[in-house]
Design a protein around this ligand. Structure first.
Ligand code: NAD
Length: 286
């Protein structure tokens, strides 16, 4: 079997079209234009690329976007003051602090992120939003796992009743993915760095999600014939070479559908962020 390649740009385009319609709807219903503030601290070149990309996508969809560049030397308290200002600013609907934070304040990451008003938390990382996801009434959901589910839906891939296996248990990908798949009635196993006999577990998956950050780790012998393979990993193995967590060349021979890297899940994340900005704007007018 040769897998269907799930091209991120096709799905991202559909999600962005929906978002564009959402922007128009809010404009005409409430007379406001949704807006996003992205806070970037320091000079991390990869972060700058991500932030530019988010800004560009906002502009493309008619969402107002403000990039707040802060110096590497900023203290935790100064950064929190900036977040407080954005929390109080009625013109701002979504707030995102680009990670990673510089080494000097990295240890305070949780405190800093938790300071964001949960109704403006478009990354969906605040304990309030995590709690809502876990209890089955999600509001702002982390963009990458939400994008994966949206892609499966748009591709017409059934989730209900399927065996799903996730490799990785991070707060950003693995854990929210567990709750999203479970809420859609999949039977889900989460694997991590202490899992024994990983290939035995992954071979049970109808839907296999790789989110571990290990280049080309998932090989064909770890995949059941006909499985749907979602590769969240983004690993830079040379200055201009990105690969996923899945060994694409061998796994595409056995899977029924697979996401490529680059050009797969990564493109969905920004598109879902736009949807979260719209959702946040709606939450704030109600
Ligand atoms: P993380 O480092 O926070 O978590 C990695 C997880 O993988 C951990 O739970 C760990 O237990 C597990 N793991 C590590 N080695 C393992 C092994 N040998 N066997 C089983 N489990 C193992 O990473 P993260 O933030 O969840 O990101 C994971 C990957 O996804 C990275 O490559 C990251 O760049 C990528 N990512 C992509 C997007 C996107 O937009 N596509 C967004 C977020 C993260």
């Amino acid at each position: 079997m040769i897998a269907k390649i799930l091209e991120g740009k096709l799905f991202a385009a559909q999600i962005k079209e929906e978002a564009k319609a959402g922007v128009e709807e809010i404009k005409s219903a409430f007379g406001i234009t949704p807006s996003l503030a992205v806070v970037i601290v320091g000079e991390n070149p990869a972060s700058k690329v991500y932030v530019r990309n988010k800004h560009k996508t906002c502009e493309e969809l008619g969402i107002l976007s403000e990039v707040i560049e802060l110096p590497e030397t900023i203290t935790k308290d100064e950064l929190i003051t900036e977040i407080d200002k954005l929390n109080l600013d009625k013109k701002i609907n979504g707030i995102l602090v680009q990670l990673p934070l510089p080494a000097a304040i990295k240890a305070h990451e949780e405190e800093i992120l938790n300071r964001i008003d949960p109704l403006k938390d478009v990354d969906g990382f605040h304990p309030y939003n995590v709690g809502r996801l876990v209890t089955g009434s999600p509001t702002l959901v982390p963009c990458t796992p939400a994008g994966c589910i949206k892609m499966l839906d748009l591709a017409g891939i059934e989730i209900d009743g399927k065996r799903a296996v996730i490799i990785g248990r991070s707060n950003i990908v693995g854990k929210p993915m567990l709750h999203l798949l479970m809420s859609r009635h999949a039977t889900v196993t989460v694997c991590h760095s202490h899992t024994k006999n990983l290939p035995e577990v992954t071979r049970e998956a109808d839907i296999l999600v790789a989110a571990m950050g290990k280049p080309n780790f998932v090989t064909a012998d770890m995949v059941k014939a006909g499985a749907v393979v979602v590769d969240v990993g983004i690993n830079r193995i040379a200055p201009k070479k990105l690969v996923g967590d899945v060994d694409f060349e061998s796994v595409k021979e056995i899977a029924s559908a697979i996401t490529p890297v680059p050009g797969g899940v990564g493109l969905l994340t920004v598109a879902m962020l736009m949807q979260n900005v719209i959702k946040a704007a709606k939450l704030q007018v109600h």
